[in-house]
Ligand binder design. Structure first.
Ligand code: ZN
Length: 193
């Protein structure tokens, strides 16, 4: 092993991640829809857990995630994998949205056993939402090279790592130091490069 590699291997875990590309690295929890949701405001995100994460400009924190950041993919049960954000692409696009015909919100729920079938977050109920293709910015975050499956953090443990209590958000910031310590405590000795 070359001398530089030996030194790198000896560095403490947390020292591997302070900066990348000359700026501080942040950590993010990314929610992957795995079915069973009643939320029908959009047709679902194009998520392929092990390779990339797709989102759009309606998602809180969509401008905050950057190449080099640490990512933990999660679903409703807990972590699914750990990766580094490798490439972030964005482009103009459209998104199919279903809105409340009364107030226009896309926060619309399908009710399984009640009529009318739909109810918006403001309490309006209706038979059918109004659907339209609306302009948006589409983001695609790629991390297939660095992705490692990792299912050892429960949803509760993930929650404790979050910077803010915003459970409804798909993209949530994680405390970097506590996240690194937690990954290490659960058997991940080195974060993906
Ligand atoms: Zn409404």
């Amino acid at each position: 092993m070359a001398r530089t590699e030996t030194l790198t291997a000896l560095l403490p875990f947390v020292h591997r991640l302070p900066t990348l590309y000359g700026r501080p690295v942040r950590a993010w929890s990314l929610y992957v829809a795995t079915g069973g949701t009643t939320y029908v405001g959009h047709d679902g995100y194009e998520d392929v857990v092990a390779t990339h994460y797709a989102y759009d400009s309606s998602v809180p924190n969509h401008t905050q995630v950057n190449e080099g950041d640490l990512l933990i993919l999660r679903d409703g049960h807990g972590s699914l994998g750990v990766a580094r954000a490798e490439t972030l692409k964005s482009r103009a696009g459209t998104k199919r949205r279903r809105r409340c015909p009364t107030c226009g919100t896309s926060q619309v729920e399908l009710r399984k056993s009640l009529a009318p079938q739909y109810r918006c977050t403001n309490g309006h109920t209706f038979e059918n939402p109004v659907a339209a293709n609306e302009p948006t910015t589409l983001y695609r975050l790629e991390y297939g090279r660095s992705f490692r499956p990792f299912d050892r953090l429960t949803a509760t443990q993930m929650e404790r790592l979050c910077v803010a209590a915003a459970k409804q958000n798909a993209i949530r910031e994680l405390n970097v130091d506590r996240t690194l310590a937690s990954l290490r405590a659960h058997g991940m000795e080195a974060v993906p490069e």
